[in-house]
Design a binder for this molecule. Structure first.
Ligand SMILES: Nc1nc2c(ncn2[C@@H]2O[C@H](COP(=O)(O)OP(=O)(O)OP(=O)(O)O)[C@@H](O)[C@H]2O)c(=O)[nH]1
Ligand SMILES: [Mg+2]
Length: 350
């Protein structure tokens, strides 16, 4: 894991400006204890404020992809996550209409601003996965899209006149939607996660958790975890990237209890106890998406946005992109890639 300490944050901020693979020193450096009280104030701690100002000015990119069978609520959930109509904002779709079926891989950019910090969010919505009669290799277009973004970044990086800040379209996080069957994972789910977990951070979620009873949900979550383990599928946060005991303890809890998050999505607001909340109205009452007694949406939101967003970006850069880059340069005999420009299929509201 790459977050937590001020050092890591400094390193993280620098990697935003000049992307460089994170390398551990061969011999771990021993901190030399200097009592700064005796020598007078140096001002090292102001780096945090400097970083804050810089981030306020430049903003940051975050790219999230949703994948899963048709109709599992992928488009709805990304709207729920970012409290707006992010999945289809630019296609003339308005709030009152039903979210249309997603028919192609589509990246839509938005700027979301909160507390003066700008997030350049790109949502990559994908059509129903595995809906064909023959689903052999149906993850290929998704893998291709992910690799194309690595390729774009690599080309920018090896350019002689490289940009000060390379636009980052790489997929930082892929939410994989599991159907709430209560049985097992489909072979296709396993195949997808097996292939793609090597190229992108996969976070499995159980879709439409409101269709399961509490016991069914607990049992299904355990079964999915077991199946992923038996099949050797590493989802995010990957064990091998925990940096210290604090990371391990925090992430073990997520891996062993929260994953896969059983979520409910909605972009409709209702009035409950005088408060407006996002929810789903049923004959038995309103399912509140942010109420932890109703579903684990809030856990997923906190995990992706509030605690692990920077780490998702760093694992993407330092592990997945680095693997792609090394392979690509190796294949090319150590020379920079010279292939034709990757197609620009990015629609943007930025
Ligand atoms: N019960 C329930 N229904 C949901 C949930 N989320 C979305 N839905 C409904 O499921 C239907 C499909 O939702 P979408 O968000 O379009 O699903 P999708 O996965 O994007 O579908 P495709 O674009 O066809 O792949 C809609 O009628 C939603 O209102 C949920 O958490 N629970
Ligand atoms: Mg959709």
């Amino acid at each position: 894991m790459f977050k937590g300490s001020a050092d890591n944050k400094i390193e993280a901020a620098m990697s935003e400006l000049v992307p460089e693979p994170r390398q551990k020193p061969a011999v771990p450096m021993k901190p030399v204890g200097i009592n700064s009280n005796l020598l007078g104030y140096i001002g090292i701690d102001t780096i945090i404020e400097q970083m804050r100002k810089k981030t306020m000015k430049t903003g940051f990119d975050f790219n999230i992809m949703v994948v899963g069978q048709s109709g599992l609520g992928k488009s709805t959930l990304v709207n729920t996550l970012f409290k707006s109509q992010v999945s289809r904002k630019s296609s003339g779709w308005n709030r009152e209409e039903k979210i249309p079926k997603t028919v192609e891989i589509k990246a839509i950019g938005h700027v979301i601003e909160e507390g003066g910090v700008k997030m350049k969010l790109t949502v990559i919505d994908t059509p129903g996965f595995g809906d064909q009669i023959n689903n052999e290799n149906c993850w290929e277009p998704i893998e291709k899209y992910i690799n194309e973004q690595y390729e774009k970044f690599l080309k920018e990086e090896v350019n002689i006149a490289r940009k000060k800040r390379i636009p980052d379209t790489r997929v930082h996080c892929c939410l994989y939607f599991i159907s709430p069957t209560g049985h097992s994972l489909r072979p296709l789910d396993l195949e997808f996660m097996k292939h793609l977990s090597k190229v992108v951070n996969i976070i499995p979620v159980i879709a439409k958790a409101d269709t399961m009873t509490l016991e069914e949900k607990t049992e299904f979550k355990q079964r999915v975890r077991k199946e992923l383990e038996v099949n050797g599928i590493e989802f995010y946060p990957q064990k091998e990237f925990d940096e210290d005991l604090e990371d391990k303890t925090e992430n073990d809890k997520i891996r062993q209890e929260s994953m896969p998050f059983a979520v409910v999505g909605s972009d409709k607001e209702y009035q409950v106890n005088g408060k407006r909340i996002l929810g789903r109205k049923t004959p038995w009452g309103v399912i509140e998406v942010e109420n932890l007694n109703h579903c684990e949406f809030a856990l997923l939101r906190d995990f992706v946005i509030r605690t692990h967003l920077q780490d998702l970006k760093e694992v993407t850069h330092n592990i997945h992109y680095e693997t792609y880059r090394a392979k690509r340069l190796n294949d090319n005999g150590g020379l920079p890639p010279v292939t034709a420009e990757t197609e620009e299929n990015h629609e943007s509201n930025l």
